[in-house]
Design a protein. Structure first.
Ligand code: SAH
Length: 396
């Protein structure tokens, strides 16, 4: 067993709950190169020799240690014992969500103290993502645990993630167990969604927006709805299910709009109107045509993918939000979102505030939402709180 001692500053950070430690944070930094190989579980002690639990160690990325909580005794578990305990605990915490809907996140990386692992469930299909070498080479163990608990039709690894390069892992999609399933339907809050595990965004769907979809369903009754960056219409379907009088979707992807058409049919909804085009242009056209909406949904892709992109990204968010606010009818609402990790909540709100400057009506912040409770944010790791949703209301 390997025990790693931390330097003083790193000890303080770790005791406060920060889970990532760098090579320089270790008292004997050479230890990292010699004995860690392709990642392993180690014990960690602070500078006073006190136990800080276990960590996943890696020599491949700048992050040498990812703390993953306490473990009884003073040994380290095998990777199988570790994954079994942590995955079972994560599933137990989400039992209510599992009963409520056939689609949800089962494991959310650091929040569940399994750094580098995501597991999503779409009915009888499971999709996993591994972003560390240790988890990547343990995927067959993960699959075994999941087969025992769920007997799924398929377990797919959607490892086509660019961040895998930080651990020198290839971008690939691998069938781990079962037969290939191209499409699976899930039901959420009474609405069917079509999920494509191989080809859909993320692991097949934006599971994290479930609280906002539920709220949109409630707000949509009798509303004229505009869904900007609609993708396959996650929000549009919620709006139709909630009794919207009209729904207009805008996206540049033909495939996404076709899938939305199919999803509407599946739910026996009237087909929404669809505009295939650039949201920035469409906002301008709608304004020229003096079209107004009671509910505008604005959920763009992440504009700030790195710290360097924050400044330009903010401009994008500001212009979009300004354009969207100007399409609101009196009393109308804007559901505005940002999934940029690098744009902190305060800065996002400041950006929307800038967007609303000089508008000839009042704008209220009616509600603040984030990802669902199956994507729990760790209080002590603000990085896990990446999704920001604000519901704004125009009231003259
Ligand atoms: N709101 C969706 C997720 C949006 S994902 C949901 O809840 O499911 C972002 C979408 O924006 C993608 O479908 C992509 O095709 C689209 N997109 C990106 N840039 C665009 C642009 N400039 N104009 C129109 N669509 C765009």
């Amino acid at each position: 067993m390997l025990v790693i001692d931390l330097e003083k500053n790193a000890s303080r950070l770790a005791r406060r709950g920060h889970p990532w430690l760098y090579k320089d944070d270790l008292r004997d930094s050479d230890l990292v190169d010699e004995s860690l190989g392709q990642g392993r579980i180690v014990r960690v002690r602070d500078n006073d020799g006190r136990d800080l639990g276990i960590a996943c160690a890696s020599t491949r990325s700048k992050i040498a240690l990812r703390l993953c909580g306490s473990w009884p005794g003073d040994e380290v578990p095998t990777i199988e014992q570790f994954l079994t305990q942590r995955i079972e605990r994560a599933i137990e915490m989400r039992q209510d969500r599992i009963e409520e809907s056939s689609g949800q996140r089962l494991v959310h990386g650091e929040s569940d103290q399994i750094p580098g692992l995501v597991i999503d469930r779409y009915a009888d299909v499971l999709v996993v993502q591994a972003t560390t070498i240790l988890i990547d080479r343990s995927l067959s163990i993960v699959a075994k645990i999941l087969e025992r608990i769920f007997q799924p039709r398929m377990i797919l690894a959607r490892n086509d993630l660019s961040i895998r390069k930080f651990e020198r892992l290839p971008e690939e999609v691998v069938l781990l167990a079962g037969e290939p399933v191209e499409r699976v339907n899930i039901e959420e809050n009474g609405i069917q969604h079509i999920v494509r595990p191989y080809a859909g965004h993320k692991t097949g769907m934006y599971l994290d927006q479930q609280p906002a979809r539920n709220r949109v369903k409630e707000l949509a009754a009798g509303a004229r709805v505009l869904d900007l960056f609609s993708y396959q219409g996650g929000f549009s379907m919620a709006a139709l299910g909630g009794g919207a009088t009209s729904v207009q979707m805008v996206d540049q992807s033909e495939t996404a709009l076709e899938l939305a058409q199919e999803t509407a049919l599946l739910n026996h909804f009237d087909a929404p109107e669809m505009i295939k085009g650039n949201v920035f242009d469409v906002i301008r056209d709608l304004r020229d045509q003096q079209q107004y909406f009671d509910l505008v949904l604005l959920d763009p892709p992440a504009f700030c993918k790195s710290r360097r992109e924050v400044e330009g990204g903010i401009r994008g968010y500001r212009d979009l939000n300004r354009g969207a606010l100007r399409l609101l009818a009196p009393g109308g609402r804007l559901v505005t979102c940002s999934c940029s990790h690098h744009l902190k909540a305060e800065l996002f709100e400041e950006t929307i505030r800038q967007a609303a400057l000089d508008l000839p009506f009042r704008v209220f912040v009616e509600q603040r939402l984030g990802s669902g409770r199956d994507h729990p944010a760790l209080l002590r790791l603000p990085e896990t709180e990446y999704l920001k949703v604000r519901i704004l209301r125009r009231w003259d």
